[in-house]
Design a protein around this ligand. Structure first.
Ligand code: IMP
Ligand code: MG
Length: 181
């Protein structure tokens, strides 16, 4: 894909990671997860809403029996900066006691969301909790968080597409792009 070619309905978005590259990398992550979790009681816990496309593609490439669950989290208003205040807006549908939990995130930015979720989930005594994020934006990290599976490291720009939004928009772009300006 020519990264200069923009999507007509999203002219302010500069392509950064094309969809073929996303799928290739997701296949690699899934292969690694398949090896690491063989014989274990794996539960993917997606962090809504940003995870929805990544989780859909990732779980279909993991060759193991697994469960899918979701958490709704709100940390952002309509701003591009974290408020630092994290709230669980909808919880997982089954207890995670004794399970091998893999949190599935779209992006780790300040780390505040994942750090809060790790603490919250650990209190429910799963066997393990690990983190799988499609994107890692280390430039603005405020708390160190363990990232067990990382798709791509991105620069300190606001990125959208493939589940990630700006003011609710652009989640349906098939690639990752950056907002210009
Ligand atoms: P953190 O708590 O700062 O690590 O932020 C995590 C959440 O903020 C992510 O799950 C996203 O929903 C959102 N976020 C952070 N950076 C971006 C970005 O560049 N584009 C879109 N959403 C972002
Ligand atoms: Mg998110």
């Amino acid at each position: 894909m020519d990264t200069q070619v923009k999507t007509p309905w999203a002219p302010g978005v500069q392509p950064l990671i094309e969809s073929e590259k996303l799928q290739q990398r997701i296949a690699e992550l899934a292969a690694q997860i398949t090896r690491d979790y063989a014989g274990k009681d794996l539960v993917l816990v997606g962090v809504l809403k940003g995870c929805f496309l990544f989780m859909a593609d990732l779980c279909r490439k993991i060759e193991l029996p697994l469960r899918c669950d979701f958490l709704g989290v709100s940390s952002y208003g309509d701003e591009t900066r974290s408020s630092g205040v994290i709230r669980i807006t909808s919880d997982v549908s089954r207890p995670v006691l004794g399970a091998e939990v893999l949190l599935v995130e779209d992006i780790v930015d300040t780390g505040l969301t994942i750090s809060y979720l790790l603490e919250n989930l650990r209190a429910r005594r799963p066997r393990t909790v690990k983190v799988c994020t499609l994107l890692d934006k280390p430039a603005r990290r405020r708390v160190q968080v363990p990232i067990d599976y990382r798709g791509f490291t991105v620069p300190d720009r606001f990125v959208v597409g493939y589940g990630l939004d700006y003011q609710g928009l652009y989640r349906n772009l098939p690639y990752i792009g950056q907002i210009e300006g």
